[in-house]
Ligand binder design. Structure first.
Ligand SMILES: COc1cc(-c2[o+]c3cc(O)cc([O-])c3cc2O[C@@H]2O[C@H](CO)[C@H](O)[C@H](O)[C@H]2O)cc(OC)c1O
Ligand code: UDP
Length: 483
């Protein structure tokens, strides 16, 4: 075996997951300074829209000249009868296990497999990784707070007595966070039917088998939570998995577009820190009644805005369609706000927008990538969580990180937000005299500096990455060809 060892990355589909994992892989590669190569096993995404998104990323990255080899895994059947997306993802991955095993075994003869890094919902692959005796790591693209919760789910189940967090009267103890009201638990764990709990708990248990969990966070962002996990507070009596806080992993690579995007050109004409940006992630859309409230709130706030407004999901997927603005916006809204507002009905270049000097605030669905991108650019936020673990992220953003102005949501009316409440929060965030807004703006600026320091030379995340690379290079499979 003469060639360099390789680190195998198995990301899941979906832009957020895929690009975050790939960016983490590229940082490992750069830190390794040529000591190993990166091999990415690409699963066929379960919908054509997502598959073409992933293929676009693969094409662009494959042409980048980096030491990355992409291997497409064979397609598998779709599991049937799944009650939620995490069950679907987990069972879909289980079906890939023989293909992952064969692909890794095929690498063995020419390059030692130094480590295999799998996405957070891919722990079903651990069985084949153990059979191959390759060191298995998890790449956790969500916050450490959610990792702490997932690790604690087996113990918390005893308090739930068959119902979800919705029925819980006390607060939830997520080690390292202040007591969490049950309504901030991830959407899929709140309801009384808790089948999806089983899958989250499954992954939480399996994280304990990993040689390490690589988390997209930094000590500066989530110190108390990282310390609580490392201290064994999540799974008492068992050694905690080794944590590698290497973030923020924010992807700022180029896209295929050559021209400045229309949103960016519009921002170029706005004064510094004057625009509030609204965007609800890769799978977020609001219903008609909620769209009317947002329009009224923005209009009354008097502030400039850039609003990414998407339509209902494409049939059979969770991906939003492009919105028909004439149909969804209240009559006269575009005319009344002309010159100070832009409503964009399609995918927008969020990272570029957040790093534009004209943007002074961000109404976000609280996807962890979105939060990190905003913090990186020093943009304070208004949390408007929708799905996944985003309610917990919103809680942490306000109660922990502090770079946000809280938004009152009517939890009994499907988390509805009134126009007046959005108007209040936007005014406070965008330069009103309120202490809440001032604190959010100051904290966002400080956190931006801390994030940049963490990943810079000598920073905590840079050091964590170097330790991780050293650990991988002295892997216990030294001399083993992984078959
Ligand atoms: C982390 O907890 C949950 C995540 C998801 C989830 O599922 C998902 C499925 C796909 O097919 C494509 C996706 O892009 C996707 C994204 C996703 O959540 C986001 O993941 C990000 C990490 O890349 C980040 O953590 C964001 O905060 C998430 O919103 C679904 C879910 O329950 C249904 C979760 O609990
Ligand atoms: O119109 C959009 C919507 C989303 N994103 C990007 O998609 C990712 C969304 O990831 P996040 O974790 O915030 O949420 P998810 O969409 O996975 O729930 C982030 O990198 C965003 O910058 C974007 O560029 N344009």
């Amino acid at each position: 075996m003469t060639s360099r060892p390789t680190v195998v990355l198995v990301p899941s589909w979906g832009s957020g997951h895929f690009m975050s994992a790939l960016e983490a892989g590229k940082r490992l590669l750069a830190t390794g300074r040529g000591a190993f190569t990166l091999t990415v096993l690409v699963m066929h995404a379960p919908s054509e829209a997502m598959a073409s998104e992933v293929q676009g990323h693969v094409r662009r990255e494959a042409a980048s000249g980096l030491d990355i080899r992409f291997l497409q895994l064979p397609a598998v059947e779709h599991p049937t009868g799944c009650v939620d997306p995490v069950e679907f993802a987990s069972r879909y991955v289980q079906l890939h296990a023989p293909h992952v095993k064969a692909a890794i075994a095929r690498l063995g003869p020419s390059s030692r497999v130094a480590a295999v890094v799998v996405d957070l919902f891919l722990t079903a692959l651990f069985d084949v990784l153990h059979e191959l005796t390759v060191p298995a790591y998890v790449y956790f693209a969500s916050p450490a707070a959610f990792l702490a919760l997932m690790l604690r789910l087996p113990a918390l189940r005893e308090d739930l007595t068959g119902a979800g967090f919705e029925a819980m009267e006390s607060t939830v103890d997520v080690p390292g966070l202040p007591p969490v009201p049950p309504s901030y638990m991830p959407a899929c764990l709140v309801k009384a039917k808790i089948q999806s709990y089983d899958w989250f708990e499954y992954h939480g248990r399996r994280f304990m088998e990993a040689r390490g969990v690589i988390v997209n966070t930094s000590v500066e962002l989530e110190s108390s939570i990282l310390a609580a996990i490392a201290d064994g507070q999540c799974v008492p009596g068992r050694p905690a998995p080794a944590l590698h806080a290497i973030g923020p992993v924010v992807w700022f690579g180029s896209t295929d577009d050559q021209q400045p995007h229309e949103c960016v050109r519009w921002l170029d004409a706005q004064p510094p820190a004057s625009v509030v940006f609204l965007c609800f992630g890769s799978m977020g859309s609001l219903d008609a009644a909620q769209v009317r409230e947002v329009a009224a709130g923005l209009e009354r706030s008097g502030h400039r805005f850039l609003w990414v407004l998407r339509g209902p999901p494409v049939a059979g997927t969770r991906l939003p369609t492009d919105a028909d603005l004439d149909e969804v916006l209240p009559e006269g809204f575009l005319e009344a706000t002309a010159g100070r507002g832009l409503v964009w009905p399609a995918w927008a270049p969020q990272r570029e927008i957040l790093s534009h000097a004209a943007v002074g605030g961000f109404v976000t669905h609280c996807g962890w990538n979105s939060i990190l991108e905003s913090l990186w650019s020093g943009v304070p936020m208004i949390p408007w969580p929708l799905y996944g673990e985003q309610h917990l992220n919103a809680f942490e953003l306000v109660a922990g990180v502090g770079a946000a102005v809280a938004l009152e949501m009517d939890r009994r009316k499907g988390f509805f937000v009134e126009a007046a409440e959005l108007e209040r929060a936007v005014r406070s965030l965008m330069g009103g005299a309120s202490e809440e807004g001032r604190k959010a703006r100051r904290t966002a600026a400080e956190t931006s500096a801390a994030c940049r320091e963490a990943v810079g030379e000598g920073g905590s995340s840079c050091a964590a990455l170097q330790r991780l690379v050293r650990e991988i290079l002295v892997s216990p499979t030294e001399g083993n060809d992984s078959r």
